[in-house]
Design a protein around this ligand. Structure first.
Ligand SMILES: Cc1cc2nc3c(=O)[nH]c(=O)nc-3n(C[C@H](O)[C@H](O)[C@H](O)COP(=O)(O)O)c2cc1C
Length: 164
């Protein structure tokens, strides 16, 4: 629970590589997410190639900072799953798990929106070389935090309605 309130967007990174074991633990957490009919439509592409990272970061004005990240994860989903209309919802759950585990590993990153923008989905899919049955859903930059993380609490009691 602690990590839920400590996770924030980290857009600056130390010049330090991230070990494969840590990335695998982060993806293990992602794959623990719930999904409709347990269809688990998510797939992950781990990018550490500098040129590819630069290309991915250039896809949108909101991801340019990621050019300096040691890793970009491209998160995609399969279009041929049982309930394709739920695939983006399922993959969002995996993203949140992944982000929380990133914080737990002492790392930081940020979700970069790709879905539902068709032009970003096409560009990311092409750069990452995704197979035809997959759709790019999001990118996640990953690295050791080069900025401070702090605990936060955004609880809004007035947003809760009770039907008793
Ligand atoms: C669907 C989604 C798309 C996002 N896209 C971007 C993005 O393209 N670039 C970016 O810098 N941050 C992006 N973010 C991060 C949000 O800006 C950030 O989570 C929000 O401002 C709350 O801040 P926090 O993550 O520090 O709690 C995205 C977050 C979500 C959930």
């Amino acid at each position: 629970m602690e990590n839920l309130f400590h996770r924030i967007s980290i857009r600056k990174y130390l010049n330090k590589p991230v070990k494969k074991e840590k990335i695998l633990e982060i993806l293990r957490a992602a794959m623990a997410a719930p999904s409709a009919c347990n269809q688990r439509p998510w797939r992950f592409t781990v990018v550490t190639d500098r040129e590819k990272i630069r290309e991915l970061a250039a896809v949108s004005q909101y991801s340019v900072f990621a050019a300096a990240a040691p890793v970009i994860l491209v998160i995609s989903y399969r279009k041929d799953c049982l309930l394709p209309e739920f695939a983006p919802v399922d993959t969002s759950a995996a993203l949140e798990n992944l982000w929380i585990e990133t914080d737990a590993q002492g790392l930081g990153g940020v979700w970069m929106g790709v879905y539902p923008r068709p032009e970003r989905m096409a560009a990311v899919g092409k750069i990452a070389g995704l197979p035809a049955e997959e759709e790019a859903f999001a990118m996640f930059s990953l690295g050791y935090p080069g900025e401070e993380t702090r605990k936060h609490d955004r609880f809004q009691e007035e947003w809760i309605r009770w039907i008793e």
